[in-house]
Design a protein around this ligand. Structure first.
Ligand code: PLP
Length: 411
């Protein structure tokens, strides 16, 4: 059991957060200001990216990446079938069409071996989502992209500080998107970063950032609107808070990894529990520690989601802050099943597109994962440590030992 009051909430706030936010407030530059600029430089130095734009969400950053990569009406973009909806709706925002590829069971990330079969003459890009902080197997993904001349966008919204074969995520594709919302490893309340190594892509993405396309392609801003006009800028106050958090992020991530290793040790051997695996060369930040209950051995294949919810409820009664992150594959969500983003069936019916099929039998792994998993974030976050982890492990042991009793309750 995790006793009430033991687990600390996220993010930790200290005097530096307060001082920096107050200083920004008193400085009087409340839109894009000195903290925004400094944050872009500091995040660039931390990730090794030369071009960084601070924006108001990870979703905005993904949209800028889609635009930067030249994806537009009727173009197809490959997206994993299990992720946060923004990884797919960012395509719709630019009238592009997401084509979903199932995930791999072990990694919970896109099944790279299945990407090639989903490529059509309309495919323009692949969105590689480093889900839960575990990097996608980038070498084979980049090889497929190269063979078919596709852009690669990395969704790093959950993957601050993760690495693949020694290099930071975000450095493999054409551009990347990060989120800094409340729950993220780097928290500013709300926010995000669009990053790239390519100055041309940076300029293209940036056109969406500040009322979008408010200048002629080669000229300076003249407040005449030349295009759609989005507003993805963030404020100096948020930048000040995010800077204070960024200064401590390495300590946060270190603790998160230690906690994950300890938790895996403690949970190892508990019947019916399938633990997350980190292959050699993959640097997981453990943004979200996700396990699966083996519904086969538990005898609940038919009603897996219902029984999983019962187990989650029992764990929560033991003080474990665990939940169901996404209960559906993304293509199962209404906007995709109804194919109606902007009304009248657009963008799928906009005349530039080819038919796409979102029938759910194409995503068996994403469906199974949706029903069998539970995941945790805050129990592994700094300053929580071994006391919380021990409590979490004890609770899992107790609940799974009593699975038969819970089974009777469900029936
Ligand atoms: C994988 C992934 N992509 C995109 C996003 C969108 O980020 P934001 O909430 O900052 O728009 C999130 C946020 O939860 C996410 O987890």
């Amino acid at each position: 059991m995790v006793p009430e009051g033991l687990m600390k909430s996220w993010p930790p706030i200290d005097h530096t957060d307060k001082e920096m936010v107050l200083a920004s407030l008193e400085a009087g530059e409340h839109t894009y200001g000195p903290n925004s600029k400094a944050l872009e430089e500091e995040f660039g130095a931390w990730t090794g990216m030369p071009h960084v734009l601070f924006c108001n969400s990870g979703t905005a950053a993904l949209h800028m990446a889609v635009a930067a990569c030249g994806c537009g009406a009727g173009d197809e973009i490959i997206v994993p079938a299990y992720t946060w909806p923004s990884s797919a709706t960012c395509c719709l925002h630019h009238n592009a069409i997401p084509v979903f590829v199932d995930i791999a069971w072990e990694s919970m990330n896109i099944d790279v071996a299945r990407i090639e079969a989903a490529i059509t003459p309309r495919t323009k890009a692949i969105i590689a989502v480093h889900l839960h902080g575990l990097p996608v197997d980038m070498d084979p993904l980049l090889a497929v992209a190269k063979r078919h001349n596709l852009r690669v966008i990395e969704d790093c919204c959950q993957a601050h500080g993760s690495s693949y074969k020694g290099l930071p995520v975000g450095s493999f594709g054409d551009c990347a998107a990060y989120s800094t919302n409340q729950n993220k490893v780097l928290c500013g309340g709300e926010g995000g970063f669009f990053t790239t190594k390519d100055p041309d892509l940076f300029e293209k993405g940036k056109t969406l950032w500040y009322f979008g396309e408010n200048r002629p392609p080669e000229g300076a801003g003249d407040f005449h609107t030349y295009g759609m006009g989005w507003m993805y800028r963030n404020s100096d106050l948020v930048a000040a808070f995010t800077r204070a958090q960024l200064a401590r992020i390495d300590i946060y991530i270190e603790r998160q990894k230690e906690n994950a290793i300890l938790l895996s040790e403690k949970l190892s051997g508990i019947p019916h529990l399938l633990l997350p695996q980190t292959p050699e060369g993959f640097g997981h930040n453990y943004y979200n520690y996700t396990v699966r209950f083996d519904m086969k051995t538990l005898g609940h294949e038919e009603d897996a989601a219902v029984f999983r919810n019962t187990l989650v409820k029992a764990l929560r009664a033991e003080g474990v802050d665990t939940g169901v992150w996404q209960g559906w594959p993304v293509p199962q969500m209404t906007v995709f099943q109804a194919k109606n983003g902007y009304g009248h069936g657009c963008p799928w019916s906009c005349g530039q597109t080819a038919p796409v099929d979102y029938s759910l039998d194409q995503y068996p792994v994403a469906r199974l994962h949706s029903d069998w998993h539970t995941g945790m974030t805050v129990p592994l976050r700094f300053p929580n440590g071994s006391e919380v982890i021990n409590g979490v492990a004890e609770a899992f042991k107790k609940v799974l030992e009593q699975a038969d009793v819970l089974d009777q309750m469900v029936k």
